[in-house]
Design a binder for this molecule. Structure first.
Ligand SMILES: *Cc1c(COP(=O)(O)O)cnc(C)c1O
Length: 391
């Protein structure tokens, strides 16, 4: 049997046992509808209340009622951007975001554009950082919302969210951040960072798939995406998924409890991996900011190697990696993130993302790098790209 090594934690994680234990009773014991008035319903509502408290605590929200559970991080992004845009359209129709956002932010903005909103997509530097000067230049009288992600999912760059939020508020603009990759990786404090709206997702932090949350500061209006019952304070219709929400709450609690040891472990794994790769493979480029980055994600461009082919060869050896983001990996287009960072198409196509997690061991890295070295050598030996002196 082929050894299996999962190095794609930025795409999704397994559900941890602690989370699973929290979820299990919700399926067949505590199965009430949280909107029901009887004891079964009240039990479910109590589980959701506790989860809401845990999610709020993880990002230091002032009040638990500022947390709205959704079906995903993507829904939270859509809810924030479309919901705020629609609620404040009378104030202005200009929105600022960046070129390196997740598809769910970019597509939400594109759909608003079709409705007559104007969108400014901020450029980034070669390390993936949004320029503050460009942001200041983009701000207009009719700007109602700035949305910039906290941590990029492809290259791991950490943005200067607090500075951006400050600029938004100095200009009377709301600030939203996609913090899906940031939760559990960096300290998130919506009060200190002056964040008005923030999106997170359970399945990136050892919780279940299909569950996310939007933090929305009290006092900010939002138009619901999903009309229906009075769930989530009337902002998001649909019977709440008690089990997933309970799991998400637990996953948040653990993410914060274990953040420091987890990050220390990931830093060691990252260095171990990079040292081995750099020792054994030439002509590579490590993408992202060398300082402002999370430990769990490494993006590497391998000259004279086709990224998709590398992914497939590694897959044959049981090693799971990703080319750019999972969502775009079956569209053979260079990643919009790498493109925005000024990486030429050919090199962008030669890029693979390795992302590590709680269960990644040095033995996993030993095996993965051993297979990587063989795969890169093989692909380079048949590469049609000839660069003088590089074969
Ligand atoms: C995964 C991800 C999302 C989407 O979250 P889902 O719950 O999978 O919809 C949004 N933004 C970023 C940065 C992500 O990594």
């Amino acid at each position: 049997m082929v050894k299996k090594v999962y190095l794609d934690y930025a795409a999704t994680t397994f559900v941890s046992n602690e989370v699973l234990n929290e979820m299990m009773p919700c399926f067949n014991t505590l199965y009430g509808n949280a909107s029901s008035i009887h004891s079964f319903g009240r039990d479910a509502a109590a589980i959701i209340d506790r989860a809401r408290d845990r999610v709020a605590a993880a990002i230091n929200a002032k009040n638990s009622n500022e947390i709205y559970f959704t079906s995903s991080g993507s829904e939270a992004n859509n809810m924030a951007i479309k919901g705020i845009a629609h609620a404040y359209a009378n104030k202005g129709k200009h929105i600022i975001t960046s070129k390196i956002e997740h598809q769910s932010v970019l597509e939400a903005c594109e759909s608003l554009k079709a409705e007559g909103f104007e969108i400014t997509y901020l450029p980034v530097d070669k390390n993936g950082l949004v320029s503050i000067a460009e942001l200041l230049h983009a701000v207009r009288k009719d700007t109602i919302l700035i949305s910039v992600m906290a941590v990029n999912n492809e290259v791991g760059t950490i943005q200067n969210v607090k500075t951006i939020a400050k600029i938004a508020h100095e200009n009377g603009i709301f600030f939203h951040t996609d913090a899906v990759q940031a939760l559990g990786a960096i300290r998130l404090d919506v009060q200190d960072m002056e964040i008005d709206a923030l999106s997170i997702s359970a399945h990136k932090i050892y919780g279940p798939k299909g569950c996310g949350a939007l933090y929305l500061k009290n006092g900010i209006k939002i138009e619901p995406l999903i009309s229906g019952g009075n769930q989530e304070r009337g902002k998001r219709g649909g019977t709440q998924d008690t089990a997933s929400i309970a799991g998400f709450g637990k996953a948040c609690e653990i993410a914060i409890r274990d953040m420091i040891p987890n990050q220390q472990k990931l830093r060691v794994i990252r260095h171990y991996f990079l040292d081995k790769v750099q020792e054994n493979i030439e002509y590579i480029h490590i993408n992202g900011d060398p300082h402002q980055k999370i430990n769990g994600t490494v993006s590497i461009s391998f000259e004279m190697v086709e990224g998709e082919s590398l992914l497939m060869l590694l897959d044959l050896d049981g090693v799971a990696v990703s080319t750019s983001s999972a969502c775009t990996s079956n569209a053979l287009q260079p990643s919009h993130v790498l493109k925005a960072m000024g990486i030429e198409d050919e090199l962008a196509q030669s890029t693979v993302r390795f992302s590590f997690g709680k269960n990644t061991s040095k033995a996993d890295i030993d095996y993965a790098v051993e297979r990587l070295v063989v795969a890169v050598k093989k692909l380079r030996s048949i590469s049609p790209i000839t660069k003088a002196g590089r074969r």
